[in-house]
Design a protein around this ligand. Structure first.
Ligand SMILES: [Zn+2]
Length: 357
């Protein structure tokens, strides 16, 4: 029952390791970066690093703490993420912990798992269970670590103010022996009161070599054989854009890439009718999740253009791509608010057309 071997992310691992050695690791962290880049796996590595008591350099990989951590079964490394609602509308802490024991068991069967479906959420009962657990002393290690994956999926309603308040307090002042690590591919969608209480670290896309290493993991190969991606490793590497986990989003990510390409084509072709069609294709307010993913895909495509332009020494092309990236960022900002995706898209296409000309 293992976690997937962690490949890449050397630089951010060194930074975290250095902060730990200096006793300067913040109590609450946010790892932000593209979907499927391995943020939760990295957070779990940090957990292992913090509980390891073996020989330096840590994590040693062989002490009892490391072995439990790598199996996804260390009692002081707690892993929460979006889940379907439990049948009971007000589940007890025990019910929540049982649900997560099962869910983590599912994820650590092979260590490979797809992003959660859009309807899954981090429920206030989960936050309550996490805050309760963090108030207790660690069971086995000197520290406990709380990983909250896809933290932007936190649902807070007014009647849950009390639990939200407890969570904010936990983030602001974690117990001395606890470290809280949130991860998000949409940090813009995080509640501002949460964002202001965590130290954010950017997790960049993996290098091509690290992507290849992830894609070569047997569990990854098996999972990919079940989804609709091209079988050749180099094709997969190209589609992954440095975030191999995104390939597991079954049709979703590939669909988003296809939508992003059609948006880019519509903007480049200066074809108003095509632009109208592309805007309407983004759906209404209910399609917000898919729309955000399409904007992420657009960012990746534009980064690719920018990189290609730089490699060819095409400075004008690189400047244009950078300008287009800014426009997409503006659109993402709007998308976190209450604006209709179709409106955002038609405005974005108009501005992209002008920028790409
Ligand atoms: Zn160890």
């Amino acid at each position: 029952m293992p976690l997937l071997t962690l490949h890449g992310h050397e630089q951010i691992r060194r930074r975290l390791d250095d902060a730990i050695s200096r006793g300067a690791l913040p109590g609450s962290l946010l790892l932000q970066g593209p979907m499927g880049v391995g943020k939760q796996r990295l957070a779990l590595w940090l957990g292992q690093r913090l509980v390891c008591d073996g020989a330096e350099p840590r994590p040693c990989g062989s002490c009892q703490h490391c072995r439990y951590a790598l199996a996804g079964a260390h009692p002081d490394i707690h892993w929460y993420f979006p889940r379907p609602r439990l049948k009971d509308t007000d589940p007890s802490t025990e019910d929540v912990e049982d649900d997560f024991r099962e869910a983590v068991g599912e994820r650590t069967k092979t260590g490979v798992y797809p992003p959660p479906p859009p309807e899954d959420a981090i429920l206030i009962a989960t936050i309550r269970a996490m805050a309760h657990s963090a108030s207790l002393l660690p069971a086995l290690a000197a520290r406990s670590v709380y990983v909250l994956g896809d933290a932007d999926k936190l649902v807070v309603r007014e009647d849950a103010e009390f639990a939200a308040g407890a969570f904010l307090k936990l983030l602001e002042e974690p117990p001395p022996r606890a470290t809280i690590v949130l991860t998000s591919s949409e940090p813009g969608a995080l509640i501002p009161t949460i964002r202001s209480r965590v130290v954010a670290l950017r997790v960049p896309p993996l290098s091509p070599a690290a992507v290849d290493a992830v894609l070569a993991e047997p569990a990854m190969r098996e999972a990919l054989s079940a989804v609709d991606v091209p079988p050749r490793a180099e094709e997969q590497r190209r589609l992954a854009h440095g975030a191999p986990g995104a390939l597991l989003a079954q049709g979703e990510w590939l669909g988003a890439l296809a939508r992003a390409r059609s948006l880019l084509d519509a903007a480049t072709a200066s074809d108003r009718r095509e632009q109208m069609r592309a805007s309407l294709g983004q759906g209404g307010a209910k399609a917000r999740g898919a729309f955000t993913t399409a904007l992420d895909a657009l960012t990746m495509l534009l980064h690719e253009r920018s990189r290609a332009a730089v490699e060819r020494g095409n400075h004008r092309g690189a400047r244009i791509a950078a300008r287009a990236l800014d426009l997409v960022e503006d659109a993402k900002e709007l998308a976190t608010g209450n604006v209709n995706p179709q409106l955002i898209t038609s405005e974005l296409l108009r501005r992209l057309e002008a920028a790409l000309r």
